[in-house]
Write a protein that binds this ligand. Structure first.
Ligand SMILES: C[S@@+](CC[C@H](N)C(=O)[O-])C[C@H]1O[C@@H](n2cnc3c(N)ncnc32)[C@H](O)[C@@H]1O
Length: 210
């Protein structure tokens, strides 16, 4: 695994399979916090249920944990068909969060971990063929590599299935602002808004289920 130190001090890694980094090389932790946690409003949600496309290095999960008050509830369901080794998770994270430590010790997807009102389930499945919960997610983190590198997770029929997995008022966030993605999300019945992006990315998208 080739690691890349990003300007905010967090580490990402390079995926040989997809030919790109797991997170923004301009700031892996910043992307997780700004695009996914803040973009979906999960930090302040009283009882969030997050569905993630691509658990990867767990940056989005750790940023979500870090954003929540102690003992605040969180249900997190992630799909990952090519999980990294535990040693990789240890290398890219320096969080002492107790729940994260439990996850690292248990790491061998598929897995389900619960403690103190929080749960993480990582399903070892291709998300495009998986059964998704219906009208469940308050937040969807669409983070499955770029549309060019991994078109399957950006295709309109799959975006429509993601929309069906969202509860009314749920918010999907993604770092891509490609026109085809925007139209796919609109076609799935979501109200799409562009947000100002971070360094290296002018804009990202949030999409709300009415
Ligand atoms: C950009 S990385 C995700 C980074 C991650 N969200 C994080 O916070 O570190 C994309 C991840 O999606 C996974 N992935 C891509 N396509 C997938 C699919 N169809 N089903 C399940 N996982 C997929 C890849 O294996 C990879 O780990």
């Amino acid at each position: 695994m080739k690691y890349i130190e990003t300007p905010d001090g967090s580490l990402t890694a390079f995926s040989e399979r997809f030919g790109q980094a797991y997170s923004s090389v301009h700031g892996a932790r910043s992307q997780a916090t700004t695009v996914f946690v803040e973009g979906t409003g999960t930090r302040l949600h009283p009882d969030p249920r997050v569905l993630e496309v691509g658990f990867g290095l767990g940056h989005n999960f750790r940023a979500t944990l870090a954003s929540r008050a102690a003992h605040a509830p969180l249900s997190y369901l992630a799909f990952e068909f090519d999980p990294v080794a535990r040693s990789v998770l240890e290398r890219v994270s320096n969080e002492q969060d107790a729940f994260w430590q439990i996850v690292v010790r248990a790491w061998q997807p598929p897995l389900r971990v619960e403690d103190d009102g929080k749960s993480l389930e990582v399903r070892l499945e291709d998300v495009t063929n998986a059964t998704l919960p219906e009208a469940w997610a308050t937040a969807v983190y669409l983070d499955g590599f770029s549309p060019t590198a991994n078109p399957d997770v950006w295709a309109s029929p799959f975006l429509a299935r993601l929309a069906s997995s969202m509860a009314s008022g749920g918010v999907l966030a993604t770092y891509s602002s490609a026109g085809a993605v925007r139209r796919g999300l609109q076609g799935a019945g979501l109200i799409v808004e562009k947000r100002r992006g971070l360094r290296g990315k002018r804009e990202f998208l949030v999409a709300v289920k009415p």
